[in-house]
Design a protein around this ligand. Sequence first.
Ligand SMILES: O=C(O)CCC(=O)C(=O)O
Length: 282
Amino acid sequence: MATDQKPGIDGANYWLTSEQIETYQQDGYIVLDDVVTENEIATFEPLYDTFIAGEVADMGRDFCDMSGPYDRAFENFQLVNAVLPSKYRPELQGNVFEQRAESIAKQLIGNEILLDYDQFLAKRPRKSGAAFAWHQDLGYWPTGTPDTMTTTCSLALDDADEENGCLQVVPGSHLELELRPHRPMLMGDDGDTGDREQSHTLTVELNHDDQIVHLPVKRGSISVHNERIVHGSGGNRSDRWRRTYIIAHRSRQTVEHERSIGFTHSHNDKISWTTHLDSLKR
Ligand SMILES: O=C(O)CCC(=O)C(=O)O
């Protein structure tokens, strides 16, 4: 529901226009300008960079290269991925981006929501392999949750564009009745079955008539996407980094259900949950 507030930053909130809310519902994504200011970015950027520099210990598989195998050596990483950073550095909790992402999520999916997970993703310069494989977020997550509603806010810490591998979406794909079949990006030794022990990453095929839209975003601005939209990103052909800070909110009852089955979005989770990947195998 639209508010009577002036659109944009208002303390911990970021007010959307009714048109922006409608666009999100229709298209499954939206770009919002100037969500976090330079001064505000400065409050968490140094901590962000310690993750990307590989300086946060004991993360296990929560620190990996999202474009390659878990056992890739750090010096060879292309797409540096730190999952659940606020769990490993609780001083991140409650920062201004968290607050504004929550405000935006409430306007888009309702008031009864919780922060489900956060993630830092950074593409090193001149890494053509730093691509994030096409997927739908829901394809990664447990089936049987009370609902699927999600907002994933991606804050650009560097200007993102086609050259450094900005987010790309397939508009309209969030309205498809079925999720597309997801398969592991890396296949097992038999070359047939996927092996999630080697890499967390799943991927879907694009259809020949899929239209791809790039989402360039300026530092301090964000994209928001929903859980069913087909999306991914290309490699980094530029001399610049593409650093992104991701925060996802889901309904309170869904987050509580996830936790009750031991699902936290950590790559170190020991539970085996049913995903759309499993239904594909049957
Ligand atoms: O920003 C990217 O390159 C991909 C991020 C992504 O797939 C996600 O947040 O779901």
